[in-house]
Design a binder for this molecule. Structure first.
Ligand code: GLU
Length: 373
């Protein structure tokens, strides 16, 4: 059985140049992008955090600069990226803006995701943007990344971003429907694999070795991406990005390949909550909320009697009972001001109290460790 898209709350969508850029015309495929952004806006409206990893800077810049076809020298591709990235960011900001969504550009190099201090910094910026309900639009900083410090492909970059942001789903949109058992162009018996539960040698072999042909090119980096994402607790989907509304089509059950994380994302997230976070505040809850938590439910604002500490949305906070004992911890859906304003109030009143719609739960069950669980 494949997972349902509705089940995911933090989603990274990687858009390949082949989906986004009309290479012959050297322009963004505007109608395609508008349709994709409709899908993203729908996820965003239902409360999901959405991040985009977008390629296309070099392809766009090369056409804007009138560079010839064929392989570019490193300095020419960096110049192309410099020119193209501005255009890319402008277009994303405009199309997301047409749905009243703010875009935030983040350009990263390999070092930013591999070196701990920079990693934490990049993670904090992402978290803050998501808290503000902006959509980060991420690309490699191609203008400064030289071959030794480059990802070179946005598949693995997107997977690192997904784990860095504790995403529960990574969607790779590209020019292939998914992973096939053999090259689909040359082998009539090639079958699309709907689900890969575990990446083993057989799966890696399907991604193609020396014999791989151009149209399956890139499958190797997608498998590498799948390894990174699934090890970090995120599921990953490879889906056809050549069609309109590609994300809605995944939701509708159109053919694609799901790579499942062995630790389900909730478990991975819970381990992470239990182990690695510094709690930033405390919520005191009443007896009714305690019973709800014991029954496996989420923590609603109505059961919160007092809020302590200064925290942001997504921070880890402690949950204490009336007698002060700690009974759990979790990632809170509101910042400290919002949480204080909502404490003791009904979820239906959130919009009236905050002036904007918000999540019904103060801490969602999936984001919570409850002692006795
Ligand atoms: N960062 C490159 C660009 O924006 C794309 C890398 C890739 O396509 O994977 O042009």
């Amino acid at each position: 059985m494949t997972p349902k898209l509705d089940a995911f709350n933090r989603i990274v969508v990687k858009v390949g140049s082949s989906s986004l850029v009309d290479h012959a015309a050297g322009r963004v495929k505007t109608a395609w992008l508008q349709a994709l952004v409709e899908d993203l806006a729908a996820l965003h409206r239902r409360g999901a955090d959405v991040m985009v990893v977008s390629s296309g800077a070099i392809a766009l810049g090369r056409s804007l600069l009138g560079l010839p076809l064929g392989t570019l020298k490193l300095e020419d591709s960096q110049a192309a990226a410099a020119v193209g990235q501005i255009e890319l960011a402008r277009i994303w900001a405009k199309v997301l803006g047409s749905h009243s969504i703010k875009a935030g550009q983040i350009l990263v190099t390999l070092g930013d995701t591999e070196e701990r201090r920079r990693y934490l910094n990049a993670r904090a910026t992402l978290a803050r943007l998501l808290e503000m309900r902006a959509v980060p639009v991420i690309n490699e900083n191609d203008t400064v990344a030289t071959s030794e410090i480059r990802y070179g492909d946005n598949d693995r970059l997107a997977a690192r971003v997904a784990t860095m942001a504790s995403a529960d789903l990574l969607i790779l949109l590209s020019d292939i429907t998914g992973l096939y058992t053999a090259p689909p162009q040359s082998d009539p018996n090639a079958k699309l694999l709907p689900v890969v539960a575990r990446i083993n040698a057989e799966i890696e072999a399907m991604a193609g070795g020396a014999t791989s042909i151009y149209s399956r090119g890139g499958m190797r980096t997608k498998i590498e991406a799948a390894k990174i994402a699934t090890a970090g607790g995120a599921h990953m989907v490879i889906a056809d990005g050549r069609v309109l509304n590609p994300v809605a089509r995944i939701a509708a059950g159109e053919p694609c390949t799901w790579f499942l994380t062995p630790s389900n994302p909730v478990t991975a997230r819970k381990k992470w909550i239990a182990g690695s976070l510094e709690p930033r505040g405390t919520l005191h809850i009443d007896a009714g909320a305690m019973r709800a938590l014991q029954a496996g439910k989420s923590l609603l604002p109505a059961g919160v009697t007092r809020v302590e500490g200064q925290f942001s949305r997504g921070d880890c906070v402690l949950i204490r009972t009336i007698d002060g004992s700690e009974i759990g911890r979790g990632l809170i859906a509101y910042d400290s001001d919002g949480a204080s304003a909502l404490a003791g109030r009904r979820s239906q009143d959130i919009e009236a109290l905050l002036g904007a719609p918000g999540r019904a739960e103060m801490i969602h069950r999936d984001d919570m460790i409850f002692s006795g669980e």
